[in-house]
Design a protein around this ligand. Structure first.
Ligand code: FAD
Length: 575
């Protein structure tokens, strides 16, 4: 058994920021961070557009209250406003902290941090490092981890959470290099395992975003919050789905349909291309459905619309969004200086997740907390994004709540003893699970079943939803789940067996997908990213509340939790 005071699962922005906070606040603590990728290959590294904070470098009239209002309105009034106040009040300090750590933000001519426009934000407040902001921040954080003595287990897959008598005591993890299994015992466990974009067939997320932390939490009998709210980013590069950052529209690009028209004037006339993502994604989907999409040969009726940067000019494109230019050029052969980029919505972000309080401690119900268990970042739901996240608020959440959760953990573990664990049943169980995967010998390849599952989620729980379609989807998902024991692994060895990891990840996807679909079926209204064709209006009377979904193989139990409202009463949401 391996012992640490604290084990953090996830080396992205949230996990790294928390680890650093703990190590800095109490250098005597033994802090470990485990990631199935190398930490600097976490999805955070791919974040492009920026991080929001009211530094007022570009717009002196901005304020944290305006940032809070934009966030709550963007969330369609489902965000918990106490959590949003913390997020927006602490934003300027955490960005300055990052800059002191060495993060190279883009600058104004006078040397202060530059800030750009972003969807749903009423002021120019997004700080950025060209269109590689995640890369700039994560590299700095991870190099600081080493400096402060955090132990890093990279390329270990955490397979199980150990929860006994309402207390989390550790995790079981698998070393991808050689198949070695280990129990880690800790006074506090933190999940910062990121999102689940891979539940769908088209996503901007990396291959590791498979929702493992969410499924382990659900399998331990703990609830997941607001899982029906899946963010579709409006501008996924067609056909691959990778992201063309909102920064491109922030810098002035247009969305154009097959008639050559800026169609956003029909959907959000005051914000146009900088409307929030839920509205813009629905607008693109409606245009495509109405036959005003574009085909690769340029004719009408096709599967994408155009993102047009040409009027911005070469110099602005290459200095502000060079990476987006490169993506379009490298992946689909489009030179955005001369031609428009083909785009359509792509699954991007998980508003829901592991329910936590504002100190990052995990909830077992609306009123109770779990001992020894914390979460932050995209895997958690605190909830600052409610039913729809604004761009550049996620990196901010990772840093603000990563730091706060780290500080809370450092306080929590003080004067506590390591819990008692009998490790053998856990090792036996995880070993058996792996052995049975190696032993089963069905006709299916992992990729085949995964593709069928991802297609099913995309077809039955996409941008628009309805009861009859989702019911059909649940039946289909169950059929696919039954086929899990018919997959065959070709690699039977223990050295670098990535098939085992893919099979375990597929199990995570299947559990998370079922929870998303069931939560979506139960929310009989349209709010933020959750658009029901059979219930087109927001229904505050019945649904101004958070979903808590409790998973069990027999079925999912749906309960609810009230929304915290402090200063902004729900209003109609118009842009
Ligand atoms: C292409 C793209 C661009 C984006 N751009 C922006 C932006 O400009 N601004 C913004 O605010 N947001 C942006 N976002 C969203 C934002 O980047 C993410 O929400 C955020 O970085 C998530 O960070 P995280 O620390 O929660 O998780 P991640 O960075 O996803 O890290 C998850 C970690 O968990 C580990 N892990 C997962 N499962 C296991 C397991 N079973 N065992 C061990 N380790 C495990 C992984 O290895 C990884 O280290 C973007 C997202 C994408 C996909």
């Amino acid at each position: 058994m391996i012992d640490h005071d604290v084990i953090i699962v996830g080396g992205g922005l949230a996990g790294s920021r928390a680890a650093l906070e703990i190590a800095q606040s109490d250098p005597g603590l033994s802090v470990a961070l485990v990631a199935k990728t190398h930490p600097i290959r976490s999805h955070s590294v791919a974040a492009q557009g920026g991080i929001a904070a009211t530094l007022k470098n570009v717009d002196a009239t901005d304020s944290w209250e305006a940032h809070a209002f934009d966030t709550v309105k963007g969330s369609d009034y489902l965000a918990d406003q106490d959590a949003v106040e913390i997020l927006t009040q602490e934003a300027p300090d955490v960005v300055i902290d990052l800059e002191h750590m060495g993060v190279l933000f883009s600058r104004l001519p006078d040397g202060r941090i530059a800030q750009r426009a972003f969807g749903g934000h009423s002021h120019n407040r997004t700080c950025y490092a060209a269109d590689k902001t995640g890369h700039a921040i994560l590299h700095e954080l991870v190099s600081n981890l080493r400096r402060y003595g955090v132990t890093i287990y990279d390329e270990w897959y955490v397979q199980r959470l150990i929860l006994e008598e309402r207390q989390v005591k550790g995790v079981v993890m698998y070393r991808i290099l050689d198949g070695h299994l280990a129990v880690v015992r800790a006074k506090a466990v933190m999940f910062a395992t990121g999102g689940y974009g891979r539940v769908y067939n088209t996503t901007s997320n990396d291959f590791a975003s498979t929702g493992d932390g969410l499924s382990m939490t659900a399998l331990a009998g703990l609830p997941l919050e607001d899982m029906e709210f899946v963010q579709f980013h409006p501008t996924g590069l067609y056909p691959v789905g990778v992201l063309i950052s909102e920064a491109v529209r922030g810098e002035g690009a247009y969305l154009i349909n097959s008639e050559g028209r800026r169609f956003m004037e029909d959907y959000a006339p005051s914000r146009m291309e900088l409307a929030p993502r839920d509205i813009t994604s629905r607008a693109i989907t409606c245009e495509i459905r109405a036959g005003r999409g574009i085909h690769p040969d340029g004719s009408a009726g096709g599967p994408f619309v155009h993102l047009d940067l040409r009027h911005m000019g070469k110099e602005k494109i290459m200095s502000r969004v060079p990476f987006c230019w490169e993506e379009a050029h490298r992946l689909v052969g489009v030179d955005a200086i001369r031609e428009p980029i083909p785009v359509r919505p792509t699954v991007h972000y998980s508003m829901g997740g592991i329910p936590v309080n504002v100190d990052g401690q995990v909830r077992s119900s609306a009123d109770d907390l779990v001992e020894g268990f914390f979460a932050a970042g995209e895997a958690a739901c605190v909830s600052v994004h409610g039913a729809n996240r604004l761009g550049s608020n996620s990196l901010l959440e990772c840093v603000v709540y990563g730091k706060r959760t780290g500080a809370a953990i450092a306080r929590y573990v003080r004067n506590r003893k390591l819990p008692a664990i009998n490790e053998s049943p856990y090792l036996d169980e995880t070993r058996r699970q792996i052995q049975s995967l190696l032993d089963q010998d069905g006709p299916l390849r992992i990729a085949q079943l995964r593709q069928a599952y991802q297609d099913c989620m995309t077809e039955y729980c996409g941008v628009f939803r309805s009861e009859s379609i989702m019911r059909e989807g649940i039946t289909r998902l169950k059929e696919l789940q039954q086929q899990y024991n018919q997959i065959r692994l070709d690699d039977k060895g223990s050295l670098w067996n990535t098939e085992i990891i893919e099979a375990l990840e597929l199990r995570s996807l299947m559990i998370v997908g079922e929870i998303i679909l069931t939560s979506a079926l139960n929310r009989q209204e349209s709010r933020g990213s959750h658009a029901r064709e059979d219930f087109p209006n927001r229904d505050d009377g019945n649904f101004l509340k958070h979903t808590l979904a409790y998973y069990s193989p027999a079925g999912i139990d749906i309960r609810y939790k009230p929304v915290t409202i402090t200063r902004f009463q729900p209003q109609e949401r118009k842009y």
